[in-house]
Write a protein that binds this ligand. Structure first.
Ligand code: AMP
Length: 445
């Protein structure tokens, strides 16, 4: 039997409804902040991610799925090397949303000089070649937003406010969420700080793992995230960015916190929060759920004032966040909230005998024109098994059509809860069905 790829999932039924619900909540909320939806291709040139996310990051070095066409694959088998490929032939599945959106903003000139910011949100699959485990997939889904052209600390605060409101609307017990924030400095203060951390790691090289020693050269700040207990202990005494911010970054960070305080958002300052990607500057944030094992971060983001330039655009500040659908669903389930909601209900049109098929067909069309979800029998079942089928499909009402109904221009409506039946005039079908399903006040007069 064919099998799905490890670390991927089929989305259907309740899980699909949960994903759709999450998108609907995002749409409604983000719209009030003026964000429009964007969809960028799942395939980008490798360079889009190398420039943006950074060559030395785990995401780019180890986790990105690289893609080549069948024809090129054959060619590669011939000479065995990727070097002969042109940049436009070196492709990858997107491991995250920001780099692609920023590429799209640059390519389509969505923030012309002096114009208003671009505010965009997305709901897309991401692909990372990680070792699959609970809450860690190879294809997963993110909702995220990107705000290009807004340097003001109020934008940072608003992003975080939107994020927390999003969790609230999804049904989280907010007392169980921890928002961590930090400032990572900018091109003025971070390089010197990075050097300090690098030096610190070299000074403690006997105590650190091999990965951290490699990181010291490429991406020393990542050592703050090392899973090795010993490295973790050592890094507790490493220099902190909070003591190394330049005046502008410190002021920007102070203002972000002041806005969050004013909005009543509680947060924990974590000067070791660095996030994995190179492009972040100044504000970064991450949200975790307390008391839920193994779920990890359920969302995070930050400011990336240098990214647009890295993707070939004019200097344009940016900020955004992304949340992971699968982890949110897990975390909410642990809090007893099911994003899937109830299965959809319907009205079922039952056919007593084959002679009434065309009358059934007419009734289904009429009911669907009124916007109702309508089911009928397409397998020639007996009336009894049609009622069973109607129950399975969560029908609230059955319209029963037999010879008498056709002769008398009526329909029999069966309330599937009480099993009571009434006869209604053909012309009143829609109103009577809606009355039974939802109550008289829902009839559209
Ligand atoms: P990141 O871009 O790594 O900060 O990811 C943003 C959010 O996406 C995280 O907070 C997670 O909720 C989710 N996420 C990241 N990686 C994975 C993965 N491999 N599987 C499932 N969810 C993920």
């Amino acid at each position: 039997m064919a099998q799905k790829v490890q670390g991927t999932e089929d989305l259907y039924g309740g899980y699909m409804r949960a994903w759709q619900y999450m998108q609907a909540v995002a749409h409604e909320l983000f719209d009030t902040y003026g964000f429009d939806m964007i969809e960028t291709p799942a395939l980008e040139q490798v360079d889009t991610f190398v420039h943006g996310i950074g060559e030395s990051t785990d995401v780019v070095r180890k986790e990105m799925f690289r893609v080549i066409s069948g024809a090129l694959f054959e060619k590669l088998l011939g000479d065995g090397s990727e070097k002969s490929l042109k940049p436009r032939q070196r492709l990858a599945m997107r491991p995250e949303g920001t780099a692609g959106v920023v590429r799209a903003v640059v390519e389509n000139n969505l923030v012309p000089q002096g114009s208003s910011p671009a505010k965009l949100w997305y709901a897309e699959s991401m692909f990372r070649g990680e070792r699959p485990q609970k809450g860690r997939l190879r294809q997963f889904h993110q909702v995220g937003l990107e705000w290009l052209g807004a340097p003001d600390p109020a934008a940072d605060a608003e992003c975080i406010i939107i994020l927390m409101e999003f969790y609230h609307r999804l049904g989280f017990d907010m007392s169980k969420l921890r928002l961590y924030i930090n400032s990572m400095g900018d091109s003025h203060c971070r390089p010197a700080y990075r050097e300090k951390v690098k030096q610190f790691i070299y000074d403690h090289k006997d105590e650190m793992c091999a990965d951290c020693l490699e990181r010291a050269e490429l991406n020393p700040l990542r050592s703050f995230d090392c899973k090795n207990e010993r490295c973790h202990e050592v890094m507790k005494s490493a220099p902190l960015i909070s003591d190394n911010l330049c005046e502008d970054c410190a002021e920007h960070y102070a203002q972000v916190k002041a806005y969050l305080d004013a909005a009543g958002i509680s947060y924990v300052e974590d000067p070791t929060l660095v996030r994995g990607l190179d492009y972040y500057t100044r504000t970064v944030f991450e949200v975790e759920v307390v008391n839920v094992d193994d779920v990890g971060a359920i969302g995070g983001g930050g400011r990336y004032d240098g990214l647009v330039e890295l993707e070939g655009g004019k200097p344009t500040p940016g900020i955004g966040f992304a949340v992971g659908f699968e982890r949110i669903a897990l975390a909410l389930a642990a809090q007893g909230v099911d994003l899937a909601g109830d299965e959809p209900t319907c009205v079922y049109v039952a056919c007593a005998a084959p002679e009434q098929r065309s009358a059934v067909f007419d009734a289904t069309l009429t009911l669907r024109d009124a916007g109702l979800r309508v089911e009928a029998d397409y397998q020639g079942r007996s009336l009894k098994s049609q009622f069973k089928q109607a129950d399975k499909l969560h029908a609230l009402v059955c319209v029963v059509i037999g010879a008498d109904e056709v002769t008398n221009n009526t329909y029999t409506l069966r309330d599937m809860n009480t099993h009571e039946q009434i006869s209604v005039a053909k012309d009143n079908l829609v109103d009577e069905v809606i009355k039974l399903m939802y109550g008289a006040e829902f009839i559209d007069i």
